[in-house]
Design a binder for this molecule. Sequence first.
Ligand SMILES: NC(=O)c1ccc[n+]([C@@H]2O[C@H](COP(=O)([O-])OP(=O)(O)OC[C@H]3O[C@@H](n4cnc5c(N)ncnc54)[C@H](OP(=O)(O)O)[C@@H]3O)[C@@H](O)[C@H]2O)c1
Length: 285
Amino acid sequence: MIVVTGATGNIGRCLVDRLLADGAAVRALTRDPARAALPAGAETVRADLTGAQDLAPLLAGADALFLNLAAGGGEAVTALVDAAVAAGVRRIVLNSSMAVTDTAADDSNHIARMHADAERRVRDSGLEWTFVRGSNYSTNTLAWAPSIRASGVVREAHPGAQGSPVHEADLADVAAVALLDRSGAHLGQAYRVTGPEVLTVAQQVAEIGRATGRPTQVEQISEEAAAEAMAGPHLPLEAARELVRLFGAMVHAPSFPVSDAVERVTGRPGRTYAEWARDHAADFS
Ligand SMILES: NC(=O)c1ccc[n+]([C@@H]2O[C@H](COP(=O)([O-])OP(=O)(O)OC[C@H]3O[C@@H](n4cnc5c(N)ncnc54)[C@H](OP(=O)(O)O)[C@@H]3O)[C@@H](O)[C@H]2O)c1
């Protein structure tokens, strides 16, 4: 039995499908089973990982756990890892981030610190582990959907910023291989998972236009306007400013080199951003 946290999320849905297709028994966790629309083959279980719920029944009988911090980071990670140990779970595959570098820099920013801390808690558990350290997710660009639908225009401070966006299905495939592995080859591995190519923001926007068949373009705005548009309840304005400055640095070089981890782990090349845009054309139409 494999327990999947964040099962209705971007990675979670792909992972549940993939594990079921491979014949695994899956327990899919969600705060709202009635709305989850998860496949009937999965055991869908109500779980609020940041609440006061008893975690033991969620993990009873499980061999492996997919841990996504989007479903509960910080103390929720400690509670879930402790509950996994107590339940006799053998293996944890943690959805981590390429921001973790195993250097002192991991303490220098919020995203790296949060994921490095979770990695430490998983390592310290004594269970088998694999870390999936993803680069920028292609799903981040769903944030452009409202303005593309409304006007065909994306407003960004740095249209030339480069990245190697990774498809959620590739993250799920890497996680599935690690969860199902019987060879031991993936234990103790921290995989840096990127998309297969470097693309600028403008090139990504153009791919969306090709996928939808509607002209789509980028309009450059000031860093301050971009930060204000990005800030919200979960992202304070100062953190948004930091992010926009970071994107500015990516005009000269992507933050992360392209990795071949998807192909090494799954045996197939990573999905391109063009493929992602075709898979999500309806979101932008
Ligand atoms: N974005 C990036 O570029 C990037 C890069 C590297 C790493 N990451 C990591 O990837 C994570 C995002 O993964 P994703 O895109 O697959 O996530 P996602 O689509 O945001 O899915 C998260 C799922 O977690 C569930 N959830 C939320 N709060 C919960 C709670 N209190 N208890 C239980 N479940 C809860 C929600 O399901 P229900 O509503 O059904 O409960 C939701 O569907 C980030 O948090 C970060 O750690 C992101």
